[in-house]
Write a new protein. Structure first.
Length: 360
């Protein structure tokens, strides 16, 4: 006779299905650039209403419907970054919606993108979708269906649409020398979740990572628009330095980032010293590293954390200098944590310095 099934079977670890967790499973920036360079037919469409499209590295596409209204749309999905199905769904949805918030758009419609193993319990898939659906509802948007396929690795995300005023978009090409760089979430999702997947992490650090990754960037986007911000991006798979370099290149400027002022998850530094970085972080170092100038005193863990592949990270906002006090006051009143980490400068590339940033 076969042994009876255990009364309390071990819970399914979703991350065991993944070759790379969260946004760290993206194509490397070098591979992506090579592939896009080989594709024919990707010339920018000759449509004056396509305000942001194929020819930029922005977070979402933008199509103008009328002078005061544009549709902002994106698609984003990834493999499990945590084992809890509900949290995975909530994080994936927050990450997709973040593309809209980074452009200054308000989400209004979403579709599910679902790829799941055929033998994964229906209850687990349902919890993933419930986590996503509740995030969409929190964002004030409507879930209107989606598409599903069978796959060996779980994958979940959204097609998401938002509305924005074309005159008040936030894009990567609008940064100006003198702008302050403000970050709205700590770094460390890649190195922390990889440590947890390898059973080298602490449960408290898992809870911290899930809490931050599940936060919507809605308040940060709204306050940035109120402060007159015109340049921003969200910090995801290419890390702070990768997305910062995309912004700097699009705007024709340089960035100066003060490493001690960059917020980190509480266990991130220790995990960095253990070297628990996902492959995506190493890809970022290889591709973006030559355009970053580090102060000699910054050690390897401190440098690598700035390349760490983030999932559902915060917004990197280029705040006009005369808006700093008003933005900080509004953020405090809204209960939004923000960190001033540097400034936009003339030149190109990124300089990372040792001293803390002290905005005047």
């Amino acid at each position: 006779m076969a042994d009876p099934a255990p009364l309390h079977p071990e819970p399914v670890r979703l991350t065991r299905f993944s070759h790379g967790a969260g946004c760290a499973c993206k194509l490397s920036p070098s591979d992506l650039r090579t592939i896009l360079g080989l594709v024919r037919g990707l010339d920018p469409p000759a449509d004056p209403n396509l305000l942001v499209g194929l020819d930029t590295a922005d977070d979402a596409a933008v199509y103008r419907l009328r002078d005061d209204l544009a549709i902002v749309f994106t698609a984003d999905f990834f493999t499990p970054i945590v084992d809890d199905p509900y949290a995975y769904g909530a994080i994936a949805a927050a990450n997709a919606l973040s593309d809209l918030y980074a452009m200054g758009a308000a989400p209004f419609l979403a579709l599910n993108l679902v790829a799941m193993p055929a033998d994964l319990e229906p209850e687990i898939v349902a919890e993933i979708l419930r986590g996503g659906a509740e995030q969409i509802r929190r964002a004030g948007a409507v879930l209107a269906g989606g598409h599903s396929i069978q796959d060996q690795e779980p994958k979940y995300g959204l097609v998401a649409l938002g509305m924005a005023d074309p005159a008040r978009l936030m894009t990567k090409d609008a940064a100006q020398p003198g702008d302050r760089l403000v970050l709205t979430k700590p770094l460390g999702t890649g190195v922390t979740t990889t440590a947890l997947i390898r059973d080298q992490g602490e449960p408290g650090h898992a809870a911290e990572a899930i809490e931050w990754m599940s936060r919507l960037n809605d308040r940060a986007s709204r306050l940035a628009l109120q402060a007159g911000v015109r340049a921003a991006t969200d910090v995801t798979g290419f890390g702070l330095l990768g997305h910062g370099l995309e912004l700097a290149q699009a705007s024709g400027v340089g960035l100066r980032i003060h490493a001690p002022s960059v917020p980190l998850f509480s266990g991130a530094r220790r995990y960095a010293e253990l070297g628990t970085f996902p492959g995506g972080s190493l890809d970022n170092l290889s591709y973006f590293g030559p355009r970053v100038n580090f102060d000699p005193g910054l050690d390897e863990p401190a440098r690598m954390l700035l390349f760490d592949a983030q999932t559902s990270g915060g917004l990197l906002i280029c705040l006009p200098p005369n808006a700093w006090e008003g933005f900080r006051t509004a953020a405090d009143e809204a209960g939004l944590e923000t960190w001033a980490i540097g400034e936009v400068v003339e030149g190109e590339g990124i300089q990372v310095v040792e001293g803390a940033y002290r905005p005047g």
